[in-house]
Design a protein around this ligand. Structure first.
Ligand code: PMP
Length: 361
């Protein structure tokens, strides 16, 4: 059939109107220094790999446990909550999507920072949720006081993305206390790298939902496991939405691998120590090259050079096979978001940047 018969102008325009989220590139080119999507430079816990392989035999004939009971129990133990306070999904992106549909779709618009995870406005548009952005302060911090002007639901990434800047638990408590009738969702995708989790607050604030992931600090981005912790009522709301979409939560390999990873505390501690040491080295190298680097509590840094545009630096790095992320958005157009890689990644990046900065733009 010809393209004219297959592609209706009306429906392809409607499809284009559904502005999608634009994820970071995942090029399949070997040898790239890939510092653009905040993946771990280290492999996951070997115990997780073993458990995934063990789950991949004959048992794959059978459907997985639709409630992920053992995984929710493991998460409940780790975070000292009850299993009915734990919701799991295919990556925290799926958990967040359900949170938007179940909790953030309210008569008052949902509020979030003007600079934050670019998925939030996309979900709002797709689901028809009214939203308002609240500017970060001059130091790119979330100012909780600015959220008191109006009631209604809130979602904040903490540490924030793509800035890496974190707020303390006491600030999250003030945010939740200020709007008891509205859900407050805290996206803690990067919290293990230096943030302060709000999970200990959930007993006090039944409106607080904390979302975490195994993608970053547990190096399991490819397995797709994320979760939320909160009051059992909030978790029930998420479960109802998920069941309405008939979405099966996690496959057998994902459930088994996630449980084994959560049990390997030793690997977890060693890996976090290595990432934070490498982050210090990355910040030092960028500072020597003249960059301003925001204080990062995450596994990435957000940095700008006083004399070069973010776009030109990202393009020049790309030519040298180093991928970083540039966001063409107001306020952050000058910045690069650079994932904390291995020592050899940091060396490659530093070498490439020195060469780029030594030549005129
Ligand atoms: N929240 C934030 C702030 C993120 O940067 C990401 C990663 N892009 C996610 C959530 C989703 O991560 P995942 O779906 O892999 O858990």
């Amino acid at each position: 059939t010809s393209e004219e018969d297959r592609v209706s102008p009306l429906w392809s325009q409607r499809a284009r109107d559904l502005e999608p989220y634009v994820p970071g590139e995942q090029p399949q080119i070997p040898g790239l220094v890939k510092l653009n999507t905040n993946e771990s430079p280290f492999g996951p816990s070997p115990k997780a790999t073993e458990a995934i392989l063990a789950a991949a035999g004959d048992a794959l004939r059978l459907y997985p446990d639709p409630r992920s009971t053992r995984l929710r129990e493991a998460l409940a133990r780790r975070h000292e909550v009850a299993p009915d306070q734990v919701f799991v999904g295919n990556g925290s992106d799926e958990v967040l999507a359900h949170a938007f549909a179940a909790l953030l779709q309210q008569p008052s618009p949902v509020r979030f920072p003007d600079v934050t995870y670019s998925f939030y406005p996309v979900w709002c548009r797709l689901l028809g949720i009214a939203h308002e952005t609240v500017p970060l302060d001059a130091d790119f911090r979330v100012r909780v006081d600015d959220y008191f002007e109006r009631p209604g639901p809130v979602i904040v990434a903490n540490p924030n993305a793509p800035t890496g800047v974190a707020i303390g638990r006491a600030e999250v408590a003030r945010l939740a206390a200020g709007r008891p009738e509205s859900a407050v969702v805290i996206d803690e995708a990067y919290v293990d790298f230096g943030g302060e989790t709000a999970i200990p607050l959930i007993g006090e604030f039944p409106n607080l939902l904390v979302v975490q992931t195994l993608s970053k600090s547990r190096a399991l981005a490819g397995l797709r496991v994320g979760y939320a912790i909160g009051d059992a009522g909030l978790v029930e709301a998420l479960t109802r939405v998920k069941d309405s979409f008939n979405s099966y939560p996690l496959g057998r390999a994902a459930q088994a691998g996630a449980i084994a990873s959560l049990e390997d505390e030793d690997w977890f501690r060693r890996s976090l120590t290595a990432v934070t040491r490498n982050r210090d080295d990355l910040v030092a190298a960028l500072t020597r090259l003249g960059f301003d680097v925001l204080p990062s509590a995450a596994n990435f840094v957000f940095a700008r050079h006083p004399r070069r545009s973010g776009r030109s630096l990202a393009a020049a790095l790309r030519e040298r096979a180093v991928l970083v992320r540039h966001f063409p958005a107001p306020r952050i157009n000058d910045f690069l978001r650079i994932t904390v890689g291995s020592q050899s990644d940091i060396e490659s990046l530093t070498r490439a940047l020195s060469a780029i900065l030594a030549t005129p733009e």
